[in-house]
Design a protein around this ligand. Structure first.
Ligand SMILES: [Zn+2]
Length: 132
Protein backbone atom coordinates (compact mmCIF):
# COMPACT_ATOMS: atom_id res chain seq x y z
CA UNK A 1 0.00 0.00 0.00
CA UNK A 2 1.35 3.39 -0.94
CA UNK A 3 2.14 5.87 1.85
CA UNK A 4 -0.15 8.32 0.06
CA UNK A 5 -3.19 6.00 0.21
CA UNK A 6 -2.42 5.15 3.84
CA UNK A 7 -2.27 8.85 4.70
CA UNK A 8 -5.56 9.51 2.90
CA UNK A 9 -7.20 6.83 5.04
CA UNK A 10 -5.72 8.25 8.27
CA UNK A 11 -6.84 11.77 7.47
CA UNK A 12 -10.34 10.69 6.44
CA UNK A 13 -10.62 8.97 9.84
CA UNK A 14 -9.42 12.11 11.63
CA UNK A 15 -6.58 10.01 13.09
CA UNK A 16 -8.98 7.87 15.13
CA UNK A 17 -9.98 4.26 15.06
CA UNK A 18 -13.15 4.16 12.98
CA UNK A 19 -14.62 1.47 15.25
CA UNK A 20 -13.84 2.53 18.84
CA UNK A 21 -12.78 6.17 18.13
CA UNK A 22 -9.49 5.71 20.00
CA UNK A 23 -7.21 8.62 18.99
CA UNK A 24 -3.90 7.44 17.53
CA UNK A 25 -2.09 10.37 19.12
CA UNK A 26 -2.38 8.91 22.63
CA UNK A 27 -1.05 5.42 22.00
CA UNK A 28 2.19 3.93 20.82
CA UNK A 29 0.40 0.91 19.40
CA UNK A 30 0.46 1.18 15.63
CA UNK A 31 -2.83 1.80 13.91
CA UNK A 32 -3.57 -0.28 10.84
CA UNK A 33 -5.42 -0.11 7.58
CA UNK A 34 -8.44 -2.38 7.94
CA UNK A 35 -10.08 -4.11 5.00
CA UNK A 36 -13.73 -3.72 6.02
CA UNK A 37 -14.56 -6.74 3.88
CA UNK A 38 -11.49 -8.92 4.37
CA UNK A 39 -9.31 -9.84 1.45
CA UNK A 40 -10.13 -13.51 2.01
CA UNK A 41 -13.79 -12.66 1.30
CA UNK A 42 -12.93 -10.74 -1.86
CA UNK A 43 -12.49 -7.31 -0.27
CA UNK A 44 -10.34 -5.01 -2.34
CA UNK A 45 -7.69 -2.48 -1.32
CA UNK A 46 -9.77 0.49 -2.46
CA UNK A 47 -10.80 3.53 -0.41
CA UNK A 48 -14.43 2.37 -0.24
CA UNK A 49 -13.32 -0.85 1.51
CA UNK A 50 -10.59 0.52 3.75
CA UNK A 51 -10.75 2.04 7.18
CA UNK A 52 -8.34 3.14 9.90
CA UNK A 53 -8.37 0.92 12.96
CA UNK A 54 -6.50 0.67 16.21
CA UNK A 55 -4.38 -2.41 16.75
CA UNK A 56 -6.87 -3.88 19.22
CA UNK A 57 -9.96 -3.51 17.03
CA UNK A 58 -8.19 -4.71 13.91
CA UNK A 59 -6.66 -7.76 15.55
CA UNK A 60 -9.97 -8.79 17.15
CA UNK A 61 -11.90 -8.18 13.94
CA UNK A 62 -9.61 -10.24 11.74
CA UNK A 63 -11.63 -11.51 8.75
CA UNK A 64 -14.91 -11.50 10.75
CA UNK A 65 -17.98 -10.06 9.05
CA UNK A 66 -20.58 -10.77 11.75
CA UNK A 67 -21.02 -11.54 15.41
CA UNK A 68 -23.60 -12.40 18.03
CA UNK A 69 -25.96 -9.74 19.32
CA UNK A 70 -26.29 -10.73 22.96
CA UNK A 71 -29.63 -8.91 23.29
CA UNK A 72 -31.37 -10.90 20.55
CA UNK A 73 -29.22 -14.04 20.49
CA UNK A 74 -28.98 -13.63 16.72
CA UNK A 75 -26.09 -13.04 14.38
CA UNK A 76 -25.62 -9.52 13.08
CA UNK A 77 -23.21 -8.05 10.59
CA UNK A 78 -20.39 -5.85 11.86
CA UNK A 79 -20.30 -2.06 11.61
CA UNK A 80 -19.18 -0.83 8.19
CA UNK A 81 -17.25 2.46 8.56
CA UNK A 82 -17.83 3.43 4.92
CA UNK A 83 -21.57 2.70 4.77
CA UNK A 84 -22.84 3.11 8.34
CA UNK A 85 -23.11 6.20 10.54
CA UNK A 86 -21.23 5.64 13.80
CA UNK A 87 -23.67 7.58 16.01
CA UNK A 88 -26.60 5.50 14.76
CA UNK A 89 -24.98 2.32 16.10
CA UNK A 90 -22.99 3.41 19.14
CA UNK A 91 -23.12 5.69 22.15
CA UNK A 92 -20.85 6.21 25.12
CA UNK A 93 -21.84 5.30 28.64
CA UNK A 94 -18.92 6.76 30.55
CA UNK A 95 -15.91 4.97 29.12
CA UNK A 96 -17.91 1.97 27.92
CA UNK A 97 -19.13 1.84 24.33
CA UNK A 98 -22.75 0.74 24.04
CA UNK A 99 -24.19 -0.79 20.89
CA UNK A 100 -27.54 0.88 20.11
CA UNK A 101 -28.36 -1.63 17.37
CA UNK A 102 -27.66 -5.29 16.60
CA UNK A 103 -24.81 -4.10 14.38
CA UNK A 104 -23.37 -1.99 17.20
CA UNK A 105 -23.70 -4.72 19.85
CA UNK A 106 -22.15 -7.40 17.61
CA UNK A 107 -19.28 -5.07 16.76
CA UNK A 108 -18.56 -4.16 20.39
CA UNK A 109 -18.52 -7.87 21.27
CA UNK A 110 -16.39 -9.18 18.38
CA UNK A 111 -13.86 -6.34 18.58
CA UNK A 112 -13.56 -6.61 22.37
CA UNK A 113 -14.15 -2.87 22.65
CA UNK A 114 -15.23 -3.06 26.30
CA UNK A 115 -12.45 -5.25 27.60
CA UNK A 116 -11.75 -4.13 31.15
CA UNK A 117 -8.19 -2.92 30.49
CA UNK A 118 -9.37 -0.74 27.59
CA UNK A 119 -12.34 0.65 29.52
CA UNK A 120 -9.99 1.64 32.34
CA UNK A 121 -7.50 3.19 29.93
CA UNK A 122 -10.28 5.17 28.21
CA UNK A 123 -11.57 6.29 31.61
CA UNK A 124 -8.21 7.77 32.58
CA UNK A 125 -7.76 9.40 29.16
CA UNK A 126 -11.27 10.88 29.31
CA UNK A 127 -10.45 12.24 32.76
CA UNK A 128 -7.47 14.00 31.19
CA UNK A 129 -9.81 15.60 28.66
CA UNK A 130 -9.11 13.31 25.69
CA UNK A 131 -12.25 13.12 23.55
CA UNK A 132 -13.50 9.90 22.01
ZN1 LIG B 1 -10.42 0.63 17.88
Amino acid sequence: MSPRLRNQIRQRADFRCEYCHFPETVTELRFQVDHVLAEKHGGQAVLSNLSWACFRCNSHKGPNMAGLDEDTGKMARLFHPREDVWTQHFRWSGSRLVGKTSVGRATVAVLGINRLDVVLLRRSLMAEGIRF
